[in-house]
Design a protein around this ligand. Structure first.
Ligand code: ADP
Ligand code: MG
Length: 310
């Protein structure tokens, strides 16, 4: 079996391409995309006949739509023992965007805000003119096995799309939990499939700052938030680093990128919390020559002591 990839607009990243083709997609096209998506839970490539059966439309109409979707770069076609179709990230993006547009979450897209290891984040506007950030999870950029080892939630035969869906769901859950407990995170607004809409933040990752005014103050704020997440929401981030902390122009921080979170009663909770603390402490030591003993930070974050003196 081999995959024939459509080569329509290959040079732009998927979400940008999707924003371009989005207006060309009609309700019948969405219907076919939806059918492929549902049938993909049983088999990776959905045969044309099966799509037609669910669509209850004449074969020529279904074939016409499939050709259109394929040309727009939203589905992959396989020609092996049978002709079958499967959604790619662009097709999946379309379904999620359509849902978020219908739910009055997104009105229009702007610039790309960040390309991370496993996600693309875009600037967007809500129908009321609020600036929001839209995060598209893109698992599969690093190798499958590596991710499986790293993450507890990957099921044996699920595809990358479904895993990205689960990652977004998890991240949204974690953000809601910590947000309502007053932890500094972007406001979680909505999610659909592998996509999350959240409050837009100005600023840059901590890793980009060569110098900051008062590193003690920033580190204390980070630790205060890790403590709050742990003691009040019982959530451990598990992927804390200088890349997942945004320092805003007002000098305050926000913690982003939560899909790897675990609850405080997780078997490896202690280890993961310690790793988070060590990551951030070693960054402050390296970059700003600020030394804080990990044990001291740990006692503070876990509530053994009330205050952290650094
Ligand atoms: N709410 C937001 N507002 C502005 N930029 C954001 C927001 N969330 C993420 N970003 C940008 O996108 C990048 C990638 O997001 P992140 O959640 O860390 O995903 P990844 O798993 O790809 O690292 C971040 O480093 C940041 O620059
Ligand atoms: Mg990140």
């Amino acid at each position: 079996m081999f995959i024939v990839k459509s080569n329509y607009i290959t040079n732009v990243s998927s979400a940008e391409m999707v924003v371009k083709v989005f207006r060309e997609i009609q309700s019948e096209d969405f219907r076919i995309l939806n059918i492929i998506e549902s049938a993909m839970s049983n088999r990776e490539y959905v045969p044309t006949e099966q799509i037609q059966k669910f669509a209850k439309l004449p074969l020529e109409r279904v074939q016409f739509t499939l050709d259109k979707l394929h040309k727009l770069g939203l589905i992959y076609r396989t020609k092996g023992a049978y002709v079958g179709y499967t959604l790619n990230y662009a097709g999946y993006d379309c379904l999620a965007i359509n849902n978020l547009v219908k739910a009055n979450v997104i009105e229009s897209f702007g610039q790309i805000l960040g390309v991370g290891k496993e996600a693309d984040v875009y600037d967007a506007l809500s129908p009321t003119g609020q600036r929001i950030a839209v995060k598209f999870h893109r698992l599969g950029r690093i190798s499958f096995r590596q991710t499986r080892r790293k993450r507890g939630y990957a099921r044996e035969h699920t595809t990358w799309l479904f895993q990205s869906h689960i990652a977004a769901e998890r991240e949204f859950q974690a953000m809601q939990l910590v947000y309502k407990n007053g932890v500094s995170v972007p406001e979680p607004i909505s999610h659909n499939r592998h996509v999350i809409a959240m409050g837009m933040i100005e600023g840059a990752e901590l890793s980009k700052y060569i110098e900051i005014g008062k590193p003690e103050k920033v580190l204390k704020e980070i630790l205060r938030n890790i403590r709050k997440a742990y003691l009040k929401a019982h959530v451990i981030h598990s992927d804390i680093s200088e890349y997942n902390i945004i320092l805003k122009p007002d000098g305050h921080i926000l913690i982003i990128d939560w899909p790897q979170y675990v609850m405080a009663d997780h078997a490896n909770a202690e280890e993961l919390l310690e790793r988070d603390l060590k990551n951030i402490l070693s960054f402050f030591n390296r970059r700003f020559s600020l030394k804080v003993v990990a044990e001291k930070a740990c006692d503070y974050v876990t509530g053994k002591v009330r205050n952290l003196v650094i």
